[in-house]
Design a protein around this ligand. Structure first.
Ligand code: 13P
Length: 248
């Protein structure tokens, strides 16, 4: 089963409208012949300007989160409908920073995922273990739980992108080795096969995220189950184009 690779950036709480638009203008010609799907997930306030900046390019704009309700008394939150109005194609859901600093749970991840799907936005659902969990041999158990509860009641799993982001590799410069990333991502695919169906699992795009950069992307992308990357720090600069062009 061939899966189209997908490289996405996650700007996190970085960039301004001016610096973001400048970066997109510089990236656009460098990534225009990419063989993979390309997206930049940006802070919500930058979405209108970045959508304009990316117009006519092959860079899709995504959000870094989405609320589960259609509307209502949820101060500070943003609904899928609001995102859709600006042509947002993707929303990162359940990033470990959201889980760690903002108390997001598997149940919330599930509700956000279902809301994104209902509105035609592709959820990029993040899973991954902490260093302590890995050292205690809990990696598979933790990820199985995140998948089971996070993806509950999803009708068409092929419409979901999964990002495997080992927490210990995020922003630390410590990448999972090609083999570690492949091993866990193969486990994720197997688990999706059990939760949904083995055939659909073969179609699901699974990204690796965690200190992925221009130097290590080739090795990671060469792994049979790794279909792309979710790039933090390296998506804030032109290195992102090198990652997108990993196969050139
Ligand atoms: P870094 O690439 O900066 O490690 O961040 C990864 C990440 O969290 C992407 O969502």
């Amino acid at each position: 089963m061939s899966r189209k690779p997908f490289i996405a950036g996650n700007w996190k709480m970085n960039m301004t409208a001016a610096s973001g638009a400048k970066l997109i203008a510089e990236l656009a010609p460098l990534v225009k012949d990419a063989d993979c799907d390309v997206a930049l997930c940006v802070p919500a306030i930058l979405i209108p300007e970045m959508t304009k900046a990316a117009k006519g390019t092959n860079i899709a704009i995504g959000a870094e989160n989405v609320h589960w309700a259609d509307k209502g008394a949820f101060t500070g939150e943003i609904s899928a409908e609001m995102l859709k109005e600006y042509g947002v194609k993707y929303a990162i859901i359940g990033h470990s920073e959201r889980r760690q600093y903002f108390g997001e749970t598997d149940e919330g991840v599930n509700k956000r995922t279902l809301a994104a799907l209902k509105n035609g936005i592709t959820p990029i659902v993040c899973v991954g273990e902490t260093l302590e969990e890995r050292e205690n041999g809990l990696t598979e158990k933790v990820i199985a739980r995140q998948l089971e509860f996070g993806l509950k009641d999803v009708d068409d799993i092929k419409k979901v992108v999964i990002a495997y982001e080992p927490v210990w590799a995020i922003g630390t410069g410590k990448t999972a080795t090609d083999e570690q990333a492949q091993e866990t991502i193969a486990f994720i695919r197997k688990k999706i096969g059990e939760l949904f169906c083995p055939m659909c699992a073969q179609s699901v795009i699974i990204q690796y995220g965690g200190s992925m950069n221009a130097a290590n992307c080739k090795g990671l992308m060469a792994q049979p189950d790794i279909d792309g990357g979710l790039i933090g720090g390296a998506s804030l600069k032109l290195d992102f184009a090198q990652i997108v062009n990993y196969n050139k």
